[in-house]
Every structure is written in C-alpha cells, then in structure tokens.
Design a protein around this ligand. Structure first.
Ligand code: ADP
Ligand code: MG
Length: 291
C-alpha cells in the first residue's frame, strides 16, 4: 500500500443507529472548515452519502464493477456539499455472497486508482455497518486502512451490544497494526437515563465518550430535504453539536484499546440498568440524580 494521505477514520455502529447521519454531518462540518474530505459508505444499504448529495442516487462500486471492466473515479463518485467526495461501496445481490465484499472491492479499487495520492484528502471517513464485525466489515480496522475508529451508539441494548462486539474486534486487531478506538459517539439522547447509561458502559470498557448528540427534529427535517443539518439548518444547536464532534476528531488524536465486556458481564450490567430504569418508572426513585 502506498503512503497514506490524510487521516482515515472509520465510524461503526448498529444498523439504523445514526452512523450515516452522524458521519455525513461530521464530513460537512470538516468541509465547512476548509478541509478536503472523502466519505466512503461501507454498508450494503448504500445510502451513506445521500444527505450530502441532495438525496440523489450514486452508482455503487460493486454495481459498477459488475457492469464494466474499466472503472474510473468519475464513474463511482460524486461531489457533495462543501466539496465532499462521496463514494458508496455497495453490496452483493441480495441473498448471494458476503455483505462485506463491497468494502474490500472498494478499498482495492481506490488504491488501484491512486485516489488518495491524487486527491490528497485531509480526511477519509468510512461509514461502516457494525452489526457483525466479520470478514469485509472488519477490513477498515483490520488491515491498517483506518487509523482510528469511533462507534455510534444509543442507550438501546442492541446498540450497546453491537458496540461491545466492535470493541472485541479492535481489541483483537489493534495489537498487530489495526485501528485503535478514538471513542464513543452517544446518539439519540432523549431519556434522562440515556447519557448516564452510555457513560457507565463506556467507563467500564475504558473508552471516552467524545460527544452527545440529542435526538432532534432538526435531523428528521434536514433528512426530508435530502441535506445534512449543517447544510439545512446551519445555525441550529444540533449543527453546533456536529461541529463540536468534527473539531474533536480533528484535534484530539488520542485513542485506546478497549476492554470489551464478556457475555455474562454484559448481561449483569444490562440487568442492573434495567432495575434502575424500572425504579425510576415506578416512582421508587424520583429522579436520575441518584444514578
Ligand atoms: P445508520 O446509518 O446507522 O443505518 P442513519 O444515519 O441512516 O443510520 O439513521 C437512521 C434514522 O435515524 C434516519 O432516519 C435518521 O434521520 C435518524 N436519526 C439519526 N440520528 C438522529 C438524531 N440524533 N435525531 C433524530 N433522528 C436521528
Ligand atoms: Mg447508514
């Protein structure tokens, strides 16, 4: 592999948790500060960069490779908000093959085309599905592609479960040159317990929480316009939240090797939070201050 140009960041998380929304808003915020950014969607859903491009379609790398033998950068990319170069790895034909194949194909093609050497990005953001950190999905953290990984989670147990699986993968690959973890991005904060629950989990795993993104109507509204919050509602508080995340990723280069919880530990931890939330709901504990 040739010398890497720019900071390469992978953003993982359970499907539907807000990876693409968060990643696109971070890309938009970085671009707004004058950086050259590439965002690569590594999810068979292929909708990572939609809100950077006014909701328009973009041919995926896998589909284009299936249709033509010689592929140029222009065939598989589009310039979105703030000049962000958008690429979607794509996925296999449903029901056939490994869903992670698109990532491998995309990374190989971009290297063959010398995209990073020629485009000279300041940041490359990989938006990766993290339900299963197997095969292709582990490529960005496993093969020295990303320098740092971040995980998006809400306070839902399934999202925490997926985050814990990512910690296991990082823990396995980081000692042999894989990516380290930059931190947790807490998304969709809406209940009084959301923030303390995510804080508690992150502390147990030895990871910093780098930002709290409220569940906000501005996100839904911007999405309906096919835009990021940064583009649609640049003066909103939510836009400021995303700018703060982007500044953190830009300036704070610390990273850790997480300590994942094992199965019984995670179950015990979840139960203890179930009890605490139940107490609040039944009025035994009146506020979350005791948490
Ligand atoms: P993923 O990429 O992880 O599959 P998306 O980014 O596509 O998830 O988000 C899934 C849905 O959740 C989208 O409709 C998005 O607008 C919404 N969403 C994500 N984050 C927030 C938030 N902080 N507030 C409100 N809605 C959100
Ligand atoms: Mg997505």
């Amino acid at each position: 592999m040739s010398e890497k140009s720019g900071k390469h960041i992978a953003i993982y998380g359970k499907g539907g948790i807000g990876k693409s929304t968060t990643t696109s808003n971070i890309s938009a915020a970085l671009a707004e500060s004058g950086y050259r950014v590439i965002q690569i969607g590594c999810d068979p859903k292929s909708d990572s960069t939609t809100i950077l491009r006014g909701g328009n379609d973009l041919p995926t790398v896998l589909d284009t490779l299936r249709e033509q033998s010689k592929v140029k950068i222009e065939d598989i990319s589009a310039v979105g908000f703030g000049g962000v170069l958008c690429i979607e790895a794509g996925g296999p034909v449903p029901g056939v093959g490994c869903a992670g194949r698109g990532i491998n194909a995309a990374v190989e093609l971009l290297q063959e085309l010398h995209l990073f050497d020629e485009y000279k990005p300041d940041f490359v953001l990989y938006d990766v599905l993290g339900d299963v950190v197997c095969g292709g999905f582990a490529v960005p953290i496993r093969d020295g592609i990303a320098d740092r990984a971040f995980v998006v989670t809400s306070s839902d147990f399934m999202a925490i479960f997926a985050a814990n699986n990512l910690f296991k993968a990082i823990n396995k690959y980081a000692p042999s040159g894989g990516a380290r973890l930059g931190g947790v991005i807490a998304n969709s904060i809406q209940h009084p317990y959301s923030q303390p629950l995510i804080d508690d989990f992150a502390e147990l795993a030895g990871i910093p929480v780098i930002g709290y993104v409220p569940r906000s109507m501005t996100v839904a509204q911007s999405e309906l316009f096919g835009k990021t919050v940064i583009e649609a509602l640049p003066k909103s508080e939510q836009a400021e939240v995303y700018r703060k995340l982007a500044r953190h990723i830009d300036h704070n280069l610390e990273s850790v090797i997480p300590k994942p919880l094992n199965g019984p530990e995670l179950k015990r931890w979840a139960r203890s939070w179930g009890d605490r939330i139940l107490q609040v709901e039944t009025g035994v504990v009146q506020s979350m201050e005791s948490i």
